[in-house]
Design a binder for this molecule. Structure first.
Ligand code: SF4
Length: 169
C-alpha cells in the first residue's frame, strides 16, 4: 500500500474513533513560533505542573529539528476528553502499518491524571502520555490557518473542541 493510501486510511481510522475532522498536511507546513512557550510560561496554570508541558518538554528548536524529519502531519479535531486516546490510537495504527516513528501530540495539559506527579518522579502512564503542541513551540492556530482549516474556539458555545496531531514519516 502506498503512503498516500495509508494516510487516507489513517484519516478514516481517526474518524471511526470519533474525530470530527482529520486533515493531512506536509510536516514542513507545521508553523513554529517560540512565543507559544511564553504563553505556557505566563498565563497557563499547567506550566511546571505536568510532565507533558514546559519546562519538561523539549525546547522548540530541538523539537522543530525532529519534526522536520517527518513527511506528514495528520491534524485531528475532537472533543477535548477524547483527544489523548485519539492521537495515541492513530499513532499506534500508523506504527502497525510500518511507520514505527509515528508520534502523537496533543493540545492542552495531560488529562490522564487529575494531578501529575511531583517534579522528579516518573510518569504514571508513559505509554499514553503525549506532549502539548504549544509547549513544543507549535503555533497551532497558524498551522490550522495555513491548512485552510477554520479554527473553532471555546467561545463558539458548541462545546470545546481540541486539536491534536500525529506525525508520520
Ligand atoms: S500520565 Fe499522569 S503522571 Fe504522566 S504526564 Fe500525564 S498527568 Fe503526569
Amino acid at each position: 500500500m502506498s503512503m498516500t493510501e495509508d494516510l487516507e486510511e489513517l484519516k478514516g481510522y481517526a474518524l471511526t474513533l470519533g474525530a470530527i475532522c482529520a486533515v493531512v498536511i506536509p510536516a514542513g507546513e507545521v508553523v513554529f513560533d517560540e512565543r507559544t512557550v511564553l504563553k505556557c510560561r505566563y498565563g497557563c496554570p499547567s506550566y511546571g505542573r505536568y510532565l507533558t508541558c514546559p519546562p519538561f518538554t523539549p525546547a522548540p528548536s530541538e523539537f522543530e529539528k525532529a519534526l522536520r524529519s517527518y513527511g506528514w502531519a495528520i491534524l485531528l479535531e475532537c472533543d477535548t476528553g477524547d483527544l489523548n486516546r485519539l492521537v495515541v490510537e492513530v499513532e499506534r495504527e500508523a506504527m502497525r502499518r510500518g511507520y514505527y516513528l509515528a508520534m502523537g501530540l496533543k493540545g492542552h495539559r495531560c488529562s490522564l491524571c487529575d494531578e501529575c506527579v511531583p517534579a522528579g518522579e516518573p510518569c504514571r502512564d508513559p505509554l499514553n502520555a503525549r506532549p502539548s503542541m504549544s509547549g513544543l513551540g507549535i503555533n497551532v492556530f497558524a498551522t490550522l490557518e495555513r491548512a485552510g482549516i477554520e479554527r473553532r474556539l471555546a467561545a463558539t458555545g458548541e462545546g470545546y473542541k481540541s486539536w491534536g496531531m500525529v506525525l508520520v514519516d
